[in-house]
Design a protein around this ligand. Structure first.
Ligand code: ADP
Length: 269
């Protein structure tokens, strides 16, 4: 009887401490949630004044641009660049803040990735051309996937845009997308290879962290925010995929993304 009573007492004590610790966690969790919602709301509110500022600068440039001194013209160009950078940062912060709230993050649909890639190549083409970088893409003629179309587009854009940004003039960028049947799942493999500056092993572990930039000045000049790869990693993770980078400093980098795909929507990624 004593042993049974002892076990019962122990069980009740364990249960009590479990529920009490759960209760104690509630205010902490609520406070985290409020903080995340604050960042999301603040980023959202900042978008409107920034877009007004941006269009006001455009109007100013159109109406008075010719009468400005060289110095004022340089100031205006700098202002426009910084407003654009800030707008990008606000939009990136909003994406990341939303990624942490309890709102649903994925809108899964069935789509062909091929037109998306073609569109991406034509929209990033001008940036590549301006740096005399040859941008190549390799893929099958049809690539049906289940996933969040907008997010996958954003993921591809971040990787290709980075590859162009961190490759000196005259270099090459290759985007290769293929399908690979693995033991339990079919995967879409996305590889973005460049012949750019590369990434040292100690930095490779950290570039997916928020605001981490290997060279702040270079990233800044390219209009970077240090948030792109954090968003890329989040997009990959919500699709239950993986992302990694291999690189030889001074010779180039290859980012590889593996996304599970499925042929039925019920088992969608
Ligand atoms: P950023 O806005 O600065 O480009 P990211 O999060 O996209 O921010 O990337 C973080 C850092 O990783 C960059 O600042 C850069 O130092 C490094 N990086 C990203 N992509 C590449 C690449 N293809 N080649 C070399 N370095 C890269």
């Amino acid at each position: 009887i004593l042993i049974v009573l002892g076990i019962l007492f122990l069980g009740v004590a364990v249960l009590l401490s479990y529920f009490m610790s759960k209760r104690a966690m509630i205010p902490i969790r609520q406070s985290f949630q409020r903080q995340k919602e604050f960042v999301a709301d603040a980023s959202h509110e900042l978008r409107t004044p920034l877009s007004i500022l941006n269009s006001s600068l455009d109007v100013f440039e159109m109406e008075d641009g010719e009468h400005l001194s060289d110095f004022s013209k340089t100031v205006l160009v700098n202002m426009k660049d910084e407003v654009k950078r800030m707008a990008k940062m606000v939009s990136d912060l909003l994406t990341l803040a939303r990624s942490e709230t309890d709102r649903p993050a994925l809108t899964v649909e069935r789509f062909d990735l091929v037109p998306t890639i073609e569109q991406l190549v034509s929209s990033t083409g001008p940036l590549a051309q301006s740096k005399n970088i040859s941008l190549h893409h390799h893929m099958p003629s049809i690539l049906i996937v289940y996933g969040d179309h907008e997010r996958i587009k954003q993921l591809l854009y971040i990787l290709v845009d980075n590859a162009i940004k961190y490759t000196p003039p005259g270099g090459e960028v290759h985007l290769t997308v293929s399908v690979e049947a693995r033991e339990k799942q079919t995967m879409i493999l996305i590889k973005v290879r460049d012949t750019g500056v590369g990434i040292a092993p100690e930095d490779a572990e950290r570039i997916f962290d928020r605001f981490y930039r290997v060279e702040k000045n270079r990233s800044r000049k390219m209009g970077g925010t240090g948030l792109g790869l954090a968003i890329a990693k989040w997009i990959v993770e919500i699709h239950q995929g993986s992302i990694h980078v291999s690189s030889v400093p001074g010779q180039g980098s290859t980012f590889t993304v593996a996304l599970p795909i499925s042929t039925s929507k019920s088992a969608a990624i």
